[in-house]
Design a protein around this ligand. Structure first.
Ligand code: NAD
Length: 361
């Protein structure tokens, strides 16, 4: 029996998780997979109930699980809280506690969405890259961090620290080279070597680690150039290796290559259970309206089956069903093409994916 910890979180979290669970239950029945789901609270809802974004029971639930399915956290009602008590801290604490240092964000265009992206068809057709983001270092965790008096006595000063050690860089680089070796054998390491000391170490360690993987071609790119090349010539990329903050920003940009942020799934891996979540946030502007696109979360569930439960046929069945639903012209609001497609809501999108999984088996 595989134990899945389910953390819907805030905003659209419960809506997208509901659809991903529908899909997981269907593939579990079809493929004879014994899955057990246990729900926990995290983020703003946990602050409201327990005064902390990651209650100890949720931490225990996740540590005992084989995998974690995560919705999203945050919302305007918690925005005025200090940074260390905000809903997002629940997710950061979970990543740190479970040692989830490798974040895989595949950016693959589903062919039926080629005209949904704001970019031209000839630029994005065939886009298939993977952003590998380091997830437990850099600005999000570095110390010192905080707001204190300014040294000149005038007002305050906010401080964040961007720090990386050799070990932290080496372990994420190795994962990057291993993934690239199974794909098109090209790894682009992103840094800001012309300005940042942490980037100088990053580039040196990645270059050194490359010697263990002679079959993979390595190139280095400054983050500002990378943000431009992603739009100019996205097909040149295979695996894009980045530190934490650069990866966060570049993957949102890359979402536009495939039509919508509502299409991008992710897997966070470390030494314990993997965590699977859409790359988008809690989208409070559309919460509770049955308009949010659940496909990023459904595709995250497929990654859970592939990477944590090692069940490739079940993962592939979900991805094929998503492709067929899009091919049939069904769209949520974010990926709609007026005149050419049928506009549907969140729950109906989940139902259609389930229906196509059944048809495909
Ligand atoms: P967001 O990703 O929630 O939303 C950005 C825009 O994209 C919004 O207009 C939203 O409606 C739209 N959008 C996002 N997902 C969509 C989907 N599946 N279908 C259709 N449209 C979608 O980012 P934001 O607005 O900057 O942040 C909202 C809250 O989420 C904040 O509190 C932020 O801190 C939090 N956040 C959480 C996570 C996480 O839980 N992993 C990640 C990013 C942001």
């Amino acid at each position: 029996m595989a134990r899945i910890a389910v953390l819907p979180g805030d905003g659209v979290g419960p809506e997208i998780i509901r659809e991903a669970l529908k899909v997981l239950r269907q593939v579990a029945a079809l493929f004879g997979l014994p899955l057990q789901f246990q729900e926990g609270i995290v983020g703003g809802i946990a602050i409201d109930h327990c005064g902390t974004p990651l209650p100890p029971e949720t931490g225990r639930l996740c540590r005992a699980a084989d995998a974690i399915l995560f919705g999203a956290v945050g919302g305007p009602q918690w925005d005025s809280l200090p940074v260390d008590r905000r809903p997002e801290r629940g997710l950061l604490a979970l990543r740190k506690e479970l040692g989830l240092y490798a974040n895989l964000r595949p950016v693959k265009l589903f062919a039926p969405l080629v005209d949904t992206s704001p970019l031209k068809r000839e630029i994005i057709e065939g886009v298939d890259l993977l952003v590998l983001r380091e997830l437990t270092g850099g600005l999000y965790f570095g110390e010192p961090k905080g707001i204190g008096p300014a040294p000149d006595g005038k007002g305050e000063r906010g401080v964040d620290t961007l720090s990386y050690t050799t070990d932290e860089i080496e372990r994420i680089a190795r994962i990057g080279f291993k993934i690239a070796a199974q794909r098109r054998k090209r790894l682009t390491s992103v840094d800001k070597v012309n300005v940042l000391a942490s980037s100088q170490l990053w580039r040196r360690v990645v270059t050194e680690t490359a010697k263990e993987f002679p079959g993979v071609e390595l190139d280095h790119m400054l983050v500002d150039n990378c943000s431009m090349q992603l739009i100019r010539d996205p097909r040149r990329f295979d695996v894009v290796l980045t530190e934490n903050t650069f990866g966060d920003i570049l993957s949102d940009e890359a979402a536009m290559l495939v039509g919508s942020i509502g299409m991008l799934a992710s897997a966070s891996m470390g030494d314990g259970p993997g965590l699977y979540e859409p790359i988008h946030g809690s989208a409070p502007d559309i919460a509770g309206q049955d308009t949010v696109n659940p496909l990023a979360t459904i595709l995250s569930a497929a990654m859970l089956l592939r990477y944590s439960l090692h069940h490739e046929p079940a993962a592939a069945a979900i991805e094929t069903a998503v492709d067929r639903v899009l091919e049939a012209g069904y769209r949520t609001l974010d990926i709609r093409q007026p005149g050419h497609t049928v506009l549907i809501g969140t729950a109906q999108m989940g139902d259609l994916v389930v229906e196509h999984i059944v048809r495909g088996c």
